[in-house]
Ligand binder design. Sequence first.
Ligand SMILES: [Zn+2]
Ligand SMILES: [Zn+2]
Length: 127
Amino acid sequence: MELKNCKKCGRMFSAENGHEYCTKCRLKIVDHFKIVREYIYDHPGTNVNETAEATGVPKKEILEYLRDQRLELVDRSEERKCQKCGVPIPAGRYCAKCAAELKKGFNQAFEKDKKKESSNDKGWHSS
Ligand SMILES: [Zn+2]
Ligand SMILES: [Zn+2]
């Protein structure tokens, strides 16, 4: 039996099956993994920062899952591209440029609605 130092807490443990962590840490990690996996499943298009914040799991750990390919962030290719112009993006649905444009368009539509509403108001008052 081979003795190893746990990569996480540094304690000696007997390393079966090539594990890098002691049993205690492994249990914790599995829990974290489950939480992270579920969060990503529920929030496709999320990123590491967001996931770490939402789950309380350290970013480093999430990155380790990704590196070990136990997890994949946004594994559907169409979600990795901007849905408007098709440039590759790390997360989300639109690239920064298109997101800004969309926001501008949204604000313009909103302004129009506001104007319409206020003219309706005038109509109400005059009649
Ligand atoms: Zn440990
Ligand atoms: Zn774009």
